[in-house]
Design a protein around this ligand. Structure first.
Ligand code: PMV
Length: 359
């Protein structure tokens, strides 16, 4: 491919691109990585709808000679944010070998989330996927290299992965798989692939209500957590387990078998936290309220027979997964019995979505 360099004698007009990209919730978890953001095991997620990031990327040609630097202004919720700016700068700097045109531009990133900042909801998947999509739109606008929608999505997923591993799954509607596995032709460690066509209709009308047990920033970052897997004595069996669970989960999701789905998903969530608890040093992100919610969900399921299941991210908040037909009952269950375990009574209602959109 020719190098992606802009012709400074014929500079592009200033312009902007805007993408809205959602978060996702993993069903089989990615936990442990190697190389440049490559996963130790394949993971599968549902793409969400209501928890998203809007990112606007403005650009204009820089004047003056190439100094190899990136000119970046960064606004988060309309305000400067040096910590986020540094992260984005590091990310874009890493892309320069393949996207050298980025240093020919003055870039202004203006980004914001649909959910409150410090709500305990991770924004790296939505944020990094939205930024990756903006950068791919820019490349395509200048060079026409990503006209094929599949090529566009694939490159967006690769870039998102480099920003934050799990972000690569947010590029696709309904469900996505990341990580090479013989069970899914075309799957790769480098990017996620869409799985919407492989899942039963039930899962396209699935809800994920996120019970915010704590809004605090977690004491151990995901980055540190992944790194601790390297010395974890259960690491190898865990990676093998994830592979075999993935095959079973794909089968259950293909046929719409909710009890099998739930059994695998709940065990995955607890396995993720068990791995943290037996790392060296060990740590615990679950809170008493997380466990109280889990117990109540199990009891409610036993009492009512309703197909509602929990999952967890790398934090104390509990995600309730259930089919759309149960929404009235489950929202009542949450209001009557679970909200009391949530900080400030906050619940982020979400559901399976259609993936990112250019705004
Ligand atoms: O994408 P990262 O590096 O923030 O890791 C996220 C890992 C989990 O959210 C815990 C699981 C997953 O697959 O999303």
């Amino acid at each position: 491919m020719s190098r992606l360099i802009l012709d400074s004698s014929n500079p592009p007009e200033p312009g902007q691109v805007v993408w809205r990209s959602p978060s996702n919730i993993a069903l089989v978890k990615y936990w442990g990585k190697h190389g440049i953001q490559l996963p130790r095991n394949p993971s599968l997620s549902l793409t969400l709808a209501a928890s998203y990031t809007d990112t606007q990327l403005e650009y204009e040609m820089r004047d003056g000679p190439d100094d190899g630097l990136i000119e970046l202004d960064f606004l988060f919720q309309e305000e400067e944010n040096e910590a986020f700016r540094a992260k984005v700068l590091e990310f874009i700097t890493g892309l320069l070998p393949t996207m050298p045109f980025l240093k020919q531009l003055k870039l202004t990133v203006n980004t914001g989330n649909s959910f409150p900042h410090s709500a305990g909801i991770a924004s790296s998947a939505s944020g990094m996927s939205a930024l990756a999509l903006c950068l791919c739109s820019l490349e395509d606008r200048f060079f026409g290299t990503l006209q094929d929608p599949q090529a566009f999505d694939q490159k967006s997923s690769v870039l998102a992965r480099l920003g934050s591993g799990s972000a690569c799954r947010s590029i696709f509607p309904h469900a996505a798989l990341w990580g090479a596995t013989n069970d899914v032709p075309g799957s790769s460690d480098e990017f996620a692939v869409p799985m919407g066509d492989q899942i039963h209709e039930t899962f396209k009308d699935f809800h994920d209500d996120i019970l915010i047990v704590s809004r605090e920033e977690k004491p151990v970052s995901s980055r540190a957590g992944h790194a601790l897997m390297e010395g974890n004595p259960y690491a190898e069996p865990r990676y093998a387990q994830a592979r075999s669970r993935l095959a079973n989960l794909l089968e259950a999701m293909g046929t719409g078998d909710l009890p099998v789905f739930g059994k695998i998903v709940e065990n995955e969530a607890l396995t993720l936290h068990a791995l943290m608890m037996c790392s060296n040093p060990s740590y615990t992100l679950l809170r008493p309220d997380s466990l109280a919610i889990i117990e109540k969900v199990r009891q409610y399921r036993a009492d009512t027979g309703h197909q509602v299941y929990f999952t967890l991210d790398a934090g104390p908040n509990v995600h309730l997964l259930y089919p759309g037909e149960l929404v009235v009952d489950i929202r009542k269950f949450i209001d009557d019995h679970l909200v009391e375990h949530c900080e400030g009574g906050f619940v982020q209602q979400d559901w399976v979505g259609e993936g990112p959109e250019e705004v």
